[in-house]
Design a protein around this ligand. Structure first.
Ligand code: FES
Length: 122
């Protein structure tokens, strides 16, 4: 299977409490096509798990200013620490800031009794 689309285990469901975040590194592509690493994060909100690449659509850099810290001060929106863009947690859509109208890259998320897994969409 192409590493690009394989599932990556992030953590156990018990390790992702509501409103908490976990970061991870995905391998994109294979050795032949110049493997690159991509950072991502998952979080749980009202019981549901969401996952995105940790990449601001504005400049392509990571969103957070500290490990596991992605939300604005009101805990309503994901916020880019560089220029303050705000993203809807459940869709990744940017609703304010320099990349308004663009969106975070969503990941497929699967939660089972034993694990939370992510992969890049097909
Ligand atoms: S890099 Fe994220 S808003 Fe500019």
């Amino acid at each position: 299977m192409n590493a690009h689309h394989s599932w990556h285990t992030v953590c156990s469901p018990d390790d992702l409490a509501d409103d908490s975040f976990r970061e991870f590194t995905l391998i994109k592509g294979s050795a032949e096509d110049q493997t690159t690493e991509q950072r991502g994060f998952v979080f749980r909100r009202s019981g549901k798990v969401y996952g995105y690449l940790n990449r601001c659509p504005h400049l392509g850099i990571e969103l957070n200013w500290m490990p596991g810290r992605f939300m604005d001060s009101d805990n309503c929106f994901i916020q880019c620490s560089t220029h303050g863009a705000l993203f809807l947690p459940d869709s990744g859509e940017c609703i304010a800031g320099p990349c308004q109208g663009e969106a975070l890259t969503p990941l497929d998320v699967a939660e089972s009794r034993d694990s939370i897994q992510v992969r890049r969409p097909e």
